[in-house]
Design a protein around this ligand. Sequence first.
Ligand SMILES: *Cc1c(COP(=O)(O)O)cnc(C)c1O
Length: 390
Amino acid sequence: MRPARVVIDLDAARANLRLARALAPKSKVMAVIKADAYGHGLTRMARAFAAADAFGVACLEEAVQLREAGIHHRIVLLEGVFDAAELSGVHTHRLDIVVHSLVQLEMLEQAAPGAPIPVWLKIDTGMHRLGLPIEQLPGAWQRLQACKAVAQPVMLMTHLASAQQRGASSVMRQLRNFEAATAALSGGRCIANSAALLSLPAAHADWVRPGLMLYGVSPFEDGAAAGAELRPVMTLRSALIAVNRVRAGETIGYGGTWACPEDMPVGVVAMGYGDGYPRHAEPGTPILVNGRRAALIGRPSMDMLSVDLRNVPQAKIGDPVILWGAGDGGILPVEEVARHANTIPYQLLCCVKMRARFEIEGMADDTTPGGTLAVEELDLEATPVDDGIA
Ligand SMILES: *Cc1c(COP(=O)(O)O)cnc(C)c1O
């Protein structure tokens, strides 16, 4: 069997959620599990994060998938509805919605849902992506108060553009804008993503909305989340499927972009961009072989990549390889791989393909016994709808 696989450590996930709570003890936690829980599996991670107060997802389809898996938590559609027809699904599945525009507000005013819908009003305080401009806030607020389709009180939220850059001046400006715009309004407040949760107590407010940190990954551009003991949830693993001695001057892989500086051992790992490993990872990107650091060489191909084994000269076919995550006595943060691939860890996690098998470690939820619960063989032809572990 091809050795490429993804290991998900649910105990680590739960520990990260406990850490989020400990760091923001006065806030409720909306665990963000959009994009298939950052590639970790939507329903599986919802169960692991059962201690959260709510879940944040990107769209109705994700929320429905959670409801169909028996998840009864409060679920917030972080971008709200994309058209008025979705409001009936919102009502049926008892979801919360973000309202970020007057267009969405009008949809609510025209709607007659069976019961009032909880609304999180999103205000643009400087990110300039989603949210009502501050000038529109008083009018929109009045209309939401008057709207029968809206459950009261309305929540207030905003999103920070640069909390992941330590000391960014725009962060304080956004907080001041939010403060000023909402001072006269009642209702719970929600501002902080992972970076703000970890570094900015002033942004904790009534609710925090962590995503990345729950998966054990630092959101900061300079790497480490100081003082926070995040535990990586995802480990991308494989094994050596060939070990070759290659002569000095010979090149490795497509395009011959990397030449051996000396006669050297070169390993081939069953892992490639078809599995979600970044094709743009540069030579020198760390890879753990037998728990020891080795380096990517040449361009990763679809199913395979090459590794410089000079640092692990005894390595042989079948030996374990970690592309990111923890195991074999070593740890390789996905943040580090992302830097070498000129991207961010968010993207690497989201891009991991189902083709690599998922293995689950730890307790599925607090009611099931521990131990390895399941090895999921994912059928390439099948649509991965419910990847629950039950
Ligand atoms: C994705 C998202 C988050 C979580 O961000 P992290 O950086 O992963 O913690 C929070 N809020 C909103 C609106 C989001 O879209």
